[in-house]
Ligand binder design. Structure first.
Ligand code: PLP
Length: 448
């Protein structure tokens, strides 16, 4: 049974009608479902027992590879010991231990960790902390937020407001939070096509922040939020000097800089964080996905001591300082998975392994230059994208076809618009990297 016929037998066994799938073309999917039933190491297993190489670490999240027994055992043991404990006005030891583990790999000074359950929640948490911080220091009029075109910051109202993905905003346009501006995105085919690592062109785009600040006055602006490497929009690598310039301008005007590291956190670019990789320290970092290898939903915000202390010291001794949190913040099972995952990252040196494999990944992905429909290739660490010419009148269709061909041939890739994105688990080896891109090449020769 192949991927095309897989749905025929499945649809007779499985009722697909109740599950409303997220970010999915539901009608298209249910007409020809792609169902996975197992995962181990670098591979998924499909319902018809085919092995599929995971070219995207799930959704940029399974950085240590699938089915890690240390994580499974940690979760199992924790659930046997204590399944749940309230996170408001009560604590449990492994929440604190997980926070220490995460703090240990954050840039120096960003060691106050607030837990949430998804990247979207982490983003909204960071935005709220930024507002609470300014208010606590007597500048409560600093409420404006600045995001970036093509930025993806999740799907909460805060996230889609600062985010810059038109389709994610369109239906909710009237309900976006007010007082938000957007920096221009940094994608430019004319000046930066086929860049390896950081494009030399485009650092000046950070100056646009000065224009927005001049328009509103810095005294009204709370924070700037950007992904250091934009992931979901199709892997846009920051131009040389760009992030440094944003940092400089934010510092000059007392504006907080938030790096959304939901994708880049925990080794993706070959360092613990993109902040560390680029040598630019923001005031707040959002993270999720690989924080616990995606075993149990979990996310977090790392805040600087200054932000934390300002908020914490703003209230009376027995008052709740920040009216924010989630029933499942630092859920015991998620925290256990987090601790076990961070131990794996350290023990196996996976962040430096990603740095080591990055040149091989770069060489392999750039070999696709000149193949049918390819119009740009970009990469950093173990993340990369191949942008295709869109088919006339059918944007996204060509990348979908390429994605389907790859899936039939045993490789899972991501596609967004007409961009194919790659982010394998950090355990990927040379042969698997070659296989991923050889499969993409073959797929490109078979589509129209
Ligand atoms: C940079 C960034 N921020 C936030 C999110 C939202 O994360 P979640 O889907 O866990 O809400 C994502 C998800 O891909 C992301 O890439």
């Amino acid at each position: 049974m192949n991927a095309i016929t897989e749905h025929v037998s499945l649809s007779s066994e499985l009722d697909l009608s109740n599950y409303w799938m997220p970010f999915t073309a539901n009608k298209q999917f249910k007409a020809a479902p792609r169902l996975l039933k197992g995962a181990k190491g670098m591979y998924y297993t499909t319902m018809d027992d085919r092995k599929i190489i995971d070219g995207c670490a799930g959704l940029w999240c399974v950085n240590a590879g699938h089915g890690r027994e240390e994580i499974i055992d940690a979760v199992h043991n924790q659930m046997m010991e204590m399944d749940y404990a309230p996170s408001f006005q009560m604590g449990h030891p492994i929440a604190f231990e997980a926070a220490s583990k995460v703090a240990a790999v954050m840039p120096t000074g960003l060691d106050k960790i607030f837990f949430a359950n998804s990247g979207s929640e982490a983003v909204d948490t960071a935005l709220k902390i930024a507002l609470a911080y300014h208010r606590a220091r007597g500048e409560g009029q600093r409420t404006r937020l600045i995001g970036r075109e093509r930025g993806y910051s999740g799907v909460g109202f805060g996230g889609i407001s600062v985010g810059g993905i038109p389709a994610n905003r369109k239906a909710f346009s009237a309900s976006l939070i007010p007082g938000v501006d957007h920096l221009p995105h940094t994608f430019n085919l004319e000046h930066a096509a086929y860049s390896k690592g950081q494009p030399a062109w485009g650092g000046h785009l950070a100056e646009e922040l000065e224009r927005i600040v001049a328009l509103h006055d810095a005294s009204n602006i709370a924070a700037v939020i950007v992904e250091p490497v934009a992931g979901s929009t199709g892997v846009l690598i920051p131009p040389q000097g760009y992030l440094q310039k944003l940092r400089e301008i934010c510092t000059k005007h007392g504006i907080l800089l938030i790096f959304d590291e939901v994708i880049t956190g925990f080794g993706r670019v070959g360092a613990a964080t993109a902040s560390e990789y680029f040598g630019v320290t923001p005031d707040l970092i959002t993270m999720a996905k690989a924080i616990n290898n995606a075993a149990i939903p979990m996310s977090a915000v790392a805040a600087s001591q200054k932000i934390h202390d300002t908020v914490i010291n703003s209230g009376a001794a027995n008052a709740i300082e920040l009216f924010h949190g989630y029933t499942y913040s630092a859920h015991p099972a998620a925290a256990a998975a987090c601790i076990a995952t961070q131990d794996i990252y350290q023990r196996e040196g996976l962040f430096s392994r990603a740095a080591q494999m990055a040149p091989k990944f770069e060489a392999a992905i750039h070999k696709l230059r000149g193949e049918p429909f390819v119009k740009d290739i970009r990469n950093l660490g173990l993340m990369g994208a191949v942008e295709l010419e869109a088919r006339d009148g059918a944007p996204g269709a060509r990348a979908y076809d390429a994605f389907m061909k790859c899936y039939e041939k045993g490789v899972m890739v991501r596609f967004t618009g007409d961009i194919l994105a790659f982010s394998p688990p950090l355990i990927v080896n040379d042969a698997q990297i070659e296989e991923i891109f050889a499969t993409v090449k073959a797929a490109l020769h078979e589509i129209k």
